[in-house]
Design a binder for this molecule. Structure first.
Ligand SMILES: [Zn+2]
Ligand SMILES: [Zn+2]
Length: 275
């Protein structure tokens, strides 16, 4: 389990939890309880909305506390004074020597596509970017949970918008509401409408970026460094399975560990140079 002590990341976590709890409060108290107390749809929406909240919380917690793919530090300090000869010696031993790089900050060799994160202060396998909203890096081992989190925020935003608009379009005639209650409901509805629109658009934009990065096999870091083009073309399904696991696609949205989740580089042995 990892937890990064970054004030910006911790503030973003608090904002995220606050926004989700507020959405749940407004939908339960001011939309379902107030506008559909006698409707048969009320229990259906209570269960479905809270299920999405639960899955959102699960995927977020997994993204926050999972190891994004931290490259272990070597047991002994590595002497880089003979780097020019070491490169020729093929440190990976598998024909990928040119893709293995040296991190002078971690003082270690790192596998292909790993990059150093200044906030996590470690090298991360297939690092995409450091995301303050999960207070963690998005890397090889937690990108699946990050994507699930984005998808559930998107679903929750859309669901909230639909419920708010429905409560305005077909108001409850038999509900006995006083003026203050009605005004409070309107204020909370407008705030949630703005929140849902804002977060919905935000996660949609990030999701498009993430899917582009996965399907074109180029992380955000590599896109900046223009390093993604040397890789052979692979099928889009395989690229998605690298992130979401080898299980059936129907299971890809479940925020649990897929047992047969194996990526190309998971089994690459790390170096332990004794100097
Ligand atoms: Zn590093
Ligand atoms: Zn990081």
């Amino acid at each position: 389990m990892v937890f990064i002590r970054d004030p910006c990341g911790i503030a973003c976590l608090i904002v995220t939890y606050g926004a989700v709890f507020y959405a749940d409060y407004v939908v339960m108290r001011w939309i379902i309880l107030t506008t559909m107390p006698v409707s048969i749809w009320a229990p259906f929406h209570v269960v479905l909305f809270n299920t999405v909240v639960f899955l959102l919380g699960m995927s977020h917690a997994k993204a926050v506390f999972s190891d994004p793919g931290i490259v272990p530090l070597p047991a002994n300090r590595i002497d880089f004074s003979d780097m020019h000869t070491t490169n020729k010696n093929n440190p990976a031993g598998n024909g990928h020597s040119s893709e293995w790089t040296v991190c002078t900050r971690c003082e270690t060799y790192r596998p292909p596509r790993a990059h150093h994160c200044r906030i996590c202060k470690r090298c991360i396998r297939r690092m995409d970017h450091h995301c303050p909203w999960i207070n963690n890096c998005v890397g090889e081992r937690n990108q699946k949970y990050f994507l699930q989190f984005l998808i559930y925020v998107g679903i929750l935003s859309l669901y909230s918008l639909v419920l708010i608009v429905a409560s305005w379009v077909s108001p409850c005639e038999e509900c006995n509401q006083n003026v203050i209650e009605s005004q409070l409901r309107m204020i909370h509805s407008v705030i949630l409408l703005l929140e849902s629109a804002l977060f919905g658009l935000f996660v949609t934009a990030i999701m498009v970026d993430q899917l582009h990065a996965i399907l074109y096999d180029e992380t955000a870091v590599e896109a900046i460094q223009q390093k993604g083009t040397y890789r052979p073309n692979r099928r889009k399904y395989q690229l998605l399975a690298d992130v979401f696991g080898r299980g059936h696609p129907a299971l890809w949205l479940l925020p649990c560990t897929s047992l047969n989740h194996a990526s190309r580089y998971h089994d690459t042995p790390l170096l332990s140079h004794d100097v």
